[in-house]
Design a protein around this ligand. Structure first.
Ligand SMILES: Cc1cc2nc3c(=O)[nH]c(=O)nc-3n(C[C@H](O)[C@H](O)[C@H](O)COP(=O)(O)OP(=O)(O)OC[C@H]3O[C@@H](n4cnc5c(N)ncnc54)[C@H](O)[C@@H]3O)c2cc1C
Length: 329
């Protein structure tokens, strides 16, 4: 069984979940990586090292910027020609568009946001959370190819084997872009919570430290400095509840929850977050949740494996000091 894997990247940087998808494909048999773009030789090399058995590459100036029209048309052409039963894609904003457009071309269906798979050698049963994670839905796609979008960090990343290589098969780009990219500009916050292994998140509690004698905004700034220090030490990212995003203490890119990001880190530290359901739905896939809150009755403790009842302005510096000592930093 050959499973196709779409290796999604932005300007040459492959999303980590693409390698996870490659690992899933390998567990079913052979993995065929698809690499589209312009000047993508490096990605092809990485894909062989991560275990791709074959690679199909469309390296074309027409694909220099991601445009769903050209990428989907190229994907449809390859899939129509090769007729695989299954294609896996890491779930990203780009792949949601590409998979949907290509599935329409090929009159097939898309299974989205998949966190677990069952596979009988022919048919995939995709399991995904619905209703804010209260239920798991099992879905199948009767048409072929089955397009399956995998959630980031839901599957293990395969080991990279330096020096493993192969010869890719070249194909042409297809389709015509109806829009062009005039330019890119970095946003003020480019945090990537979906791929983070550790997230240290703050809620309204970061703005509550009367002893500091500061106003709420200045207190929150101090609070997020403490969070950032711990996150930096652990190689993680800073997350936030909606309350502090709405208050303007941190950009929206950091928001976790129903209207923010759904995350799946190995460790999620929630400091000064009450644990409203709209926040908790975003952390259901976290492997370990630690809560720090002054209020022993705060609902976040129901979602946490470990809880510390106390003031985050005392607990966070103590945690950082303890980790520094333990890690020898
Ligand atoms: C449609 C909709 C969508 C939403 N989407 C989201 C979402 O995506 N993400 C999200 O987070 N929320 C979301 N919300 C908002 C959500 O309902 C809560 O209002 C929000 O999560 C509360 O944020 P908080 O826990 O930071 O603040 P609060 O609920 O005010 O809690 C602050 C907590 O900090 C503790 N605390 C205070 N001072 C300290 C201190 N010094 N040390 C330690 N602990 C302290 C308090 O005991 C309290 O538990 C949404 C709401 C709606 C209606």
């Amino acid at each position: 069984m050959k499973t196709y894997v779409y290796l999604d990247h932005f300007r040459g940087e492959v999303v980590p979940a693409a390698w996870e998808a490659l690992g899933v494909a390998k567990s079913f048999g052979e993995a065929v990586g698809l690499v589209f773009g312009s000047g993508v030789a490096e990605i092809v090399g990485q894909a062989f090292e991560y275990g791709a058995d074959e690679i199909i590459v469309a390296d074309d100036a027409a694909l220099v910027d991601f445009r769903p029209e050209t990428y989907a048309s190229t994907l449809s052409a390859v899939l129509a020609e090769d007729a695989p039963a299954l294609i896996l894609l890491p779930a990203t904003t780009r792949t949601r568009e590409v998979a949907a457009m290509s599935a329409i071309d090929l009159q097939s269906g898309v299974l989205t946001d998949v966190g677990a798979l069952e596979f009988d050698g022919e048919q995939v049963s995709a399991i995904r959370p619905i209703y804010e994670g209260k239920l798991f839905e099992k879905t199948i796609c009767a048409a072929r190819p089955q397009f399956v979008l995998l959630r980031a960090r839901a599957f293990p990343r395969p080991a990279r084997v330096p020096g493993r290589s192969g010869t890719p098969r070249q194909v042409s780009a297809a389709g015509k872009a109806l829009t062009t990219v005039a330019g890119y500009a970095a946003s003020e916050s480019s945090v990537s919570l979906a791929d983070a292994g550790v997230i240290v998140a703050g809620g309204r509690g970061v703005s509550n430290a009367p002893a500091l004698g500061l106003d709420e905004a200045a207190t929150a700034q101090k609070g997020f400095e403490l969070l950032g220090e711990l996150a930096g030490l652990l190689g993680g990212a800073v997350g936030a509840s909606r309350a502090v995003v709405d208050a303007g203490y941190i950009p929206y890119a950091h928001q976790v929850g129903q209207t923010g990001k759904v995350v799946a880190p190995d460790l999620y530290i929630a400091a000064g977050i009450s644990g409203a359901i709209q926040h908790v739905v975003g952390i259901r896939s976290a492997k370990l949740v630690v809560a720090i809150n002054k209020d022993a009755e705060a609902p976040i403790f129901q979602a946490a494996r470990f809880g510390v009842v106390g003031d985050l302005f005392t607990i966070l510096p103590a945690l950082t000091a303890a980790f520094k000592q333990k890690l020898g930093k």
